[in-house]
Design a protein around this ligand. Structure first.
Ligand SMILES: C[S@@+](CC[C@H](N)C(=O)[O-])C[C@H]1O[C@@H](n2cnc3c(N)ncnc32)[C@H](O)[C@@H]1O
Length: 406
C-alpha cells in the first residue's frame, strides 16, 4: 500500500521538478522562464496584497495555477492525505508538565498516547526526557532515555528521581553507535523529533537489532552528513530524484505565523543577504551566489553598511566598497520580489516532499520485517512535524501479552 503511494508521490515530484528543485536565492529569474512564460507573466503581475494572500492561503492560488500547471495537485489532494490519530489531552497531574511549554506538552501527550504496549521503552535523542517521563508515569514502564548532552541527562534524571519513576538516562552519541546496545528485540524504540541522521540511525538499527516496536516522528530531514539524500528503501533507491541536503530543507519549510515585527525583520534580513550577494558579484566579478552564516539579530537594527562590513569580516573578504550601496539594495528588492513568487509555487511541494521522505522511511522498515502504519499524531497547529511512523516487528508480541500467555 505504501509502495503504491510512494510511487505516485515519486512520479508527481519527478514530473514537476522544475517547480521545486531550485534554490530561489540563486536565481535572478524564474527557473521555468523559458518553458512556462505565461506562468511567469501571471506571477509578475501579482500585486503585493495578492502575494500576501496566497502566501497565507495557498489553497486560493491553486485553482488559478491550474491554467499554467495542469497537473498541480491541491494541498488537500487525496494523495497527500494521511490518516489522523484521535487525540484527547489526558488528565495528568500539574507537576508532570512543569517547565514544559503548552504546545510542546500537547505534542508529547499526543505522542505518548500511542505507546500502549508494555515493552521497555528506549527514548532516542531524548533531550530532558519529557516524553519518556510521561510514558513511564502513564504506563508504569521502564524507560531508558538516550541523550548526547550530559546536562540534559542530569536535569532529566533529577526530575525522574524526584517523581520516583523508572526512567534512566544514558549519555551517548547515537551516531557513533554508542547506544546501539540499548536497542534489542524486546524494546519499543521511540523518537520524537530526532533530527535527520539521528532518526535514520534508529531506522537502520531496526534492520540489525530488530526492536519489537518503533514509533518515530521524523523531523529536520536536512540535518544529515550526506550532501545528497541517500534513500533508505529499495523503492527510494530506484527513484530518479537527486535531492541535495539544501533542497531537503523544503520539506520543513512550513510558513509559521510570526508577529509583524518579526516578519519585517526577517524580510529585511533576506533583502540584505540578497543585496550583499549583488555587491560581492560586482566587486569580485563572479556569478555564484554567496551564502552568509546566521548572525546576531541586533545587527538588523544597524544599517546596511554595517551589515556589509560584518559580512566581509566574517568571510575574510577584502574589496573596495562603492561610494553608494543603494543600487545593490534596489536590485535586491527586484530579486526578492521574484524569490517570493518562486516560493509561491514551491510551497505546493512541501508536503509531497515530506511525504516522499517519510514513505521512504516507512518502506525501509517494511523491508526490515515490520508492519508499518503512517498517520498524523496531532494537529498541524500543534506542530507541522506531525507525521508518525509506527512499526511492529512481524510476529512480535509485547511483554504484557507474553505475561498473559503464561
Ligand atoms: C530536537 S531535540 C528533540 C528532543 C526531544 N526528543 C523532544 O522532542 O523534546 C534533539 C535532541 O537530540 C540530541 N542529539 C543531537 N545529536 C545527538 C547524538 N549524536 N546522539 C544523541 N543525541 C543527540 C540533542 O541534544 C537534542 O536534545
Amino acid at each position: 500500500m505504501y509502495n503504491n503511494t510512494f510511487q505516485q508521490l515519486d512520479s508527481y515530484l519527478v514530473s514537476l521538478q522544475r517547480f521545486w528543485q531550485f534554490e530561489a536565492f540563486h536565481h535572478h529569474d524564474y527557473p521555468w522562464h523559458v518553458s512556462d512564460p505565461a506562468l511567469c507573466d501571471f506571477l509578475d503581475n501579482l500585486s503585493e496584497q495578492e502575494l500576501q494572500l496566497y502566501q497565507q492561503q495557498p489553497e486560493k492560488l491553486q485553482p488559478l495555477l491550474n491554467a499554467f500547471i495542469g497537473s498541480l495537485r491541491a494541498l488537500n489532494d487525496p494523495l497527500f492525505n494521511v490518516k489522523p490519530l484521535s487525540f484527547v489531552e489526558p488528565d495528568t497531574p500539574f507537576w508532570l508538565s512543569n517547565g514544559i511549554k503548552g504546545r510542546k506538552w500537547s505534542q508529547i501527550s499526543a505522542f505518548a498516547l500511542q505507546i500502549q504496549d508494555q515493552n521497555p521503552v528506549v527514548e532516542w535523542c531524548a533531550g530532558k526526557g519529557h516524553l519518556g517521563r510521561l510514558i513511564s508515569w502513564q504506563q508504569k514502564l521502564s524507560v531508558t532515555s538516550i541523550e548526547w548532552q550530559q546536562t540534559l541527562c542530569d536535569l532529566g534524571a533529577a526530575e525522574a528521581n524526584k517523581m520516583q519513576l523508572m526512567q534512566q538516562f544514558k549519555q551517548a552519541d547515537v551516531l557513533k553507535g554508542e547506544a546501539d546496545s540499548c536497542i534489542d528485540a524486546n524494546c519499543h524504540a521511540v523518537a520524537l523529533h530526532a533530527c535527520g541522521d539521528l532518526h535514520l540511525r534508529l531506522i537502520a538499527l531496526a534492520k540489525t537489532h530488530k526492536p519489537a516496536q518503533l514509533t518515530i516522528s521524523p523531523c529536520c530531514y536536512h540535518l544529515t552528513s550526506q550532501p545528497i539524500y541517500q534513500p533508505c528503501s529499495s523503492s527510494g533507491k530506484k527513484s530518479s530524484l537527486i535531492i541535495t541536503k539544501q533542497r531537503l530543507k523544503l520539506a520543513v519549510n512550513k510558513q509559521t505565523t510570526t508577529g509583524k515585527r518579526q516578519s519585517r525583520l526577517s524580510e529585511q534580513e533576506v533583502l540584505w543577504r540578497l543585496a550583499f550577494d549583488e555587491l560581492q558579484k560586482q566587486c569580485l566579478n563572479t556569478t555564484s551566489y554567496f551564502p552568509l552564516p546566521s548572525f546576531p539579530k541586533t545587527l538588523l537594527s544597524e544599517d546596511f553598511n554595517a551589515f556589509v562590513l560584518w559580512a566581509m569580516q566574517e568571510k575574510s573578504l577584502s574589496f573596495a566598497l562603492p561610494r553608494s550601496l543603494q543600487p545593490f539594495l534596489l536590485s535586491a528588492q527586484q530579486r526578492l520580489k521574484k524569490v517570493r513568487r518562486m516560493e509561491l509555487i514551491s510551497q505546493f511541494f512541501v508536503r509531497p516532499l515530506e511525504l516522499w521522505l517519510v514513505h521512504d522511511r516507512a518502506l525501509s522498515l517494511q523491508e526490515s520485517g515490520y508492519h508499518v502504519t503512517l498517520s498524523t499524531f496531532c494537529d498541524e497547529q500543534m506542530t507541522p512535524r506531525n507525521l508518525l511512523i509506527q512499526a511492529q516487528r512481524k510476529g512480535a508480541t509485547d511483554a504484557r501479552c507474553d505475561l498473559l500467555l503464561y
